[in-house]
Design a binder for this molecule. Structure first.
Ligand SMILES: Nc1nc2c(c(=O)[nH]1)N[C@H]1C(S)=C(S)[C@@H](COP(=O)(O)OP(=O)(O)OC[C@H]3O[C@@H](n4cnc5c(=O)[nH]c(N)nc54)[C@H](O)[C@@H]3O)O[C@H]1N2
Ligand SMILES: Nc1nc2c(c(=O)[nH]1)N[C@H]1C(S)=C(S)[C@@H](COP(=O)(O)OP(=O)(O)OC[C@H]3O[C@@H](n4cnc5c(=O)[nH]c(N)nc54)[C@H](O)[C@@H]3O)O[C@H]1N2
Ligand SMILES: [Mo]
Length: 765
């Protein structure tokens, strides 16, 4: 069908209009009324119809010949195009064989990843629904965004609300906060995205309103630009991964100057005495004074003291970026921040307290509609087998191995088949050279992907998935008040099929098609999911499905009143206790202490990370590499197109560094450099900036993994070739990408060409 027209659509980076001429996507226009649409939008037509799409089902040649015996060559060699029937037969037979020979736990479908915005075609839901109907599989828990927080916060405050929302809402902050202390700033570039999509991007509007209302901002961290200059923020430059030391010294100052709120500690907290004994040094001989913290953090002692006094003197909101806990011992700055907020005694008051991740997502701080977006049922996994998701390489490399997690000793199952759908572990996981080795362990790897990502290239069977533009869906997030009709704009590119269609084909082969589809096609499902949501909506304000589809979007009502996190608990701590063992905020956790983990004791503590500027390793690798989220793309999505491509230097990801570090290496803007440590090496292009402190460099995540040879020099500058694959602690086993030391030197040889957009493909068999 060769359509033309304008279609309402939606991505994680926002609602938009897809402009189609003669069946081709030609433009993506900002959504009506969006005050700050995302520049990521500009990439779309170039990517969706670009050369990196997987055109039809593909099987790795060596796997076709030798099946599991070919695993050593995975990630290399040619692919053979096959028809859909053959591809689906191969997957169905291999899955049945592996489950019969090794049991359902030998199939890994943890398949972390953001895929795309539509809620029905949500890739992982489709995968899990299929797996759960056919015997189950090993899955994953947590997320890469805030896994350390997911594990520690239930012990400390009995809730994930301070990180997953709803946070105290922006209207509360604009009206009541006087001082906004941000560790890692408020990176507005991150507020472009919201999982499931967002109708209007309003974070910047809110931060401007706060500034206009006279709120004062403080940015603590290595990167000045984490708060926009118009906030006129005070910048306290701090060494990466040392926030917990600084926060402990703020607490110590409050106590030693008797500025802390003892009444709040007595009424709302448990274990304050144990924590105070650590602050004073009574328990370990080291007082956590500003002088002590200054030596660790690089922030002068008097500056720390002044900040503590300022915070105690006014209504203060403490905010920590999520990136801080994506580090070794990432639990500590979060727990310490809860303790600091408790000392100030403003938790549960308008505009006060603490939160994690304002501006990490576009929906954080927004007021939530009472009914969320539609969701598709994944069913129930018939087996109990899972890992904390960042242990993926350990899982594949150590079948039968044991590890600690949240007080348990657990055992890795023996994985024989990996099925990934809607994620890119060769983007998101740390130490990619290690992941290459890990991916060579299972007998078979199946990947549904739209693009020839490194993950698709490390599969044996690649099933081409449509992008959202090639199917109908509904976009929406529980943190946003829009529901967006995602109207199919173009025909599937090549032979791509939706994940729903792919798993329907596999479900037919497994004899469970009726249970999988329940007899419904795509539009039937959208209608059903929408109408279910409409029935739940207490405002009765939603139109019927057909009207919604015609309008292209609807808005859900949100509460008039500001939301204040923990206001209920503050008002009635006995009647509405927290879901912690004590019912209170745990500044000391008997439970965590009982686990006996040296890397996560019973109270917030300063624990030096394995790699940081104070470690002995910094003599060899003197630069701390931070890998924040990219401004011009979503993770690895759309890396090769539009805004992201334009940001590159000779096709390489830019690395930002301080003038002193550049001068010491005789580098200037635009130079190509080699960045390396003992885990790997990458090429990047230099940008010199005085927004970074000396000793700290920034290489955003998401450049496509493009090794010159297996385990060789990465040509595009993927930060995870360099990052560390270590659990943040025995408690959370969370990813710790932000604890990473490197060295940088000028690249003196000819700059090698980038790898091709597609792997080698044979003529059809
Ligand atoms: N060094 C470092 N590493 C990090 C981070 C960091 O800060 N530093 N951040 C981490 C964080 S917070 C996250 S959330 C992760 C993100 O990691 P991912 O979510 O894995 O990254 P994406 O690039 O979004 O990968 C999604 C993939 O799904 C594919 N896809 C899109 N739509 C569909 C679909 O409908 N069907 C199928 N089958 N596939 C689809 C896309 O083409 C893309 O390849 O990265 C983590 N990794
Ligand atoms: N444009 C765009 N937006 C995104 C995404 C994307 O891919 N592209 N990804 C989304 C996802 S999945 C997530 S989880 C969120 C992540 O949101 P965050 O985790 O908040 O984002 P990051 O960019 O990783 O980190 C924010 C800032 O923390 C600072 N920082 C890093 N380490 C330290 C430290 O040790 N101490 C201090 N004080 N500061 C530190 C860095 O300077 C960095 O700029 O972003 C979301 N938003
Ligand atoms: Mo994330």
């Amino acid at each position: 069908m060769s359509r033309s027209g304008r279609f309402t659509h939606c991505a994680h980076w926002g609602a938009f209009y897809a402009v189609v001429e003669d069946g081709r996507l030609v433009d993506a226009l900002p959504f009506e009324g969006d005050p700050t649409p995302s520049p990521i939008l500009s990439n779309l037509p170039e990517a969706v119809q670009g050369p990196a799409r997987v055109p039809q089902p593909m099987v790795r040649e060596d796997w076709l010949k030798r099946r599991g015996a070919s695993r050593e060559t995975r990630g290399t060699g040619r692919f053979v195009p096959v028809g859909w029937d053959q591809a689906l037969d191969l997957v169905a037979e291999e899955l049945a064989r592996v489950r019969a020979e090794h049991g359902p736990a030998s199939v890994y479908s943890g398949s972390y990843g953001w895929s795309s915005a539509g809620r029905f075609h949500h890739a992982k839901s489709q995968l899990q629904r299929f797996m759960n109907l056919t015997g189950g599989s090993t899955v994953s828990i947590q997320n890469y965004s805030y896994a350390a927080a997911i594990t520690i916060l239930p012990h400390v405050v009995g809730s994930l609300a301070p990180v997953g929302g709803p946070l105290s809402s922006w209207d509360d902050l604009a009206a009541n906060t006087r001082l906004f202390v941000c560790f890692g700033g408020l990176p507005l570039k991150n507020a472009q995205v919201e999982p499931g999509g967002i109708g209007h991007h309003t974070t910047e509007t809110w931060v401007r309103r706060m500034r206009e209302a006279g709120v004062e901002f403080v940015n603590i961290g290595p990167h000045r630009a984490d708060l926009p200059s118009w906030t006129e923020a005070d910048w306290l430059p701090l060494r990466p991964n040392t926030d917990s030391a600084l926060i402990l010294a703020l607490c110590q100052t409050l106590v030693s100057e008797n500025r802390h709120d003892q009444g709040f500690l007595d009424r709302y907290c448990a274990g304050a005495d144990r924590f105070l004994a650590y602050l004073s040094g009574e328990s370990d001989g080291i007082a956590k004074t500003p002088e002590w913290a200054a030596a660790i953090t690089g922030v002068p002692a008097d500056t720390i003291r002044d900040l503590a006094r300022r915070m105690a003197g006014t209504r203060t909101m403490i905010n920590l970026a999520w990136g801080l806990q994506r580090a070794d011992h990432g639990e500590q700055p979060y727990w310490a921040a809860v303790a600091l907020a408790a000392m100030l005694g403003q938790i549960g008051l308008p505009g006060g307290g603490f939160a994690f991740g304002y501006s990490a997502m576009g929906g954080n701080g927004q007021k939530r509609p009472s009914s969320g977006p539609p969701t598709h049922s994944q069913g129930i996994n018939p087996i109990d087998s899972w890992i904390p998701l960042a242990r993926i390489s350990d899982l594949l490399l150590n079948p039968g191995g044991t590890y600690q997690y949240d007080g348990e000793t657990r055992t890795y199952p023996d994985i024989r088949l990996v099925y990934w759908c809607g994620g890119n572990p060769f983007h998101h996981h740390q130490d990619l050279n290690r992941l290459v080795r890990a991916f060579r362990c299972p007998e078979t790897v199946v990947v549904n992907e739209s693009y020839w990502t490194a993950t698709a290239r490390h599969a044996d069977i690649v099933l081409p998935a449509t992008t959202t533009l090639e199917r109908n869906d509904i976009g929406g997030s529980r943190q946003d008040d829009f529901l967006i009709a995602m109207q199919q704009a173009i025909d599937p590119v090549g032979e791509a099929r939706s994940d729903f269609a792919i798993f329907t084909g596999l479900a037919e082969r497994a004899g469970v098609a009726d249970a999988f589809t329940e007899g419904r096609n795509e539009m039937d499902w959208l209608r059903l999911l929408y109408e279910r949501g409409r029935a739940r909506d207490r405002s009765n304000s939603l139109p019927e499905f057909d009207r919604f589809w015609e309008l292209g979007h609807v808005r859900l009502p949100v509460p008039d009143q500001p939301h204040v996190l923990f206001a209920d608990f503050r008002a009635d701590p006995e009647g509405r206790p927290l879901k912690t063992p004590s019912g209170r905020i745990e500044l000391f956790s008997e439970k965590i202490a009982g686990f006996g983990y040296p890397d996560c004791p019973g109270h917030p503590a300063w624990l030096a990370p394995v790699e940081w500027l104070g470690s002995s390793k910094a003599e060899r690798f003197p630069l701390h590499l931070l890998s924040p989220q990219p401004a011009g793309r979503l993770h690895s999505q759309l890396d090769g197109a539009g805004a992201s491509r334009k940001s590159k230097i000779q096709g390489r990801e830019p690395v930002r560094m301080a003038p002193a570090d550049a001068a010491a290496r005789d580098l200037k803007d635009g130079d190509i450099v080699r960045i390396w440590n003992e885990r790997g090496q990458v090429l990047a292009g230099v940008i010199v900036t005085d927004d970074l402190i000396p000793g700290v460099v920034q290489l955003a995540t998401g450049a496509w993994y493009d090794p010159q040879a297996p385990f060789g020099l990465d040509l595009r500058g993927n930060a995870n070739v360099l990052s560390l694959d270590k659990g943040a602690s025995s408690l959370s086993q969370a990813p710790s990408a932000q604890s990473c030391l490197v060295e940088i030197e000028r690249w003196t040889g000819p700059v090698p060409e980038l790898g091709p957009d597609q792997p080698p493909v044979s003529q059809a068999a």
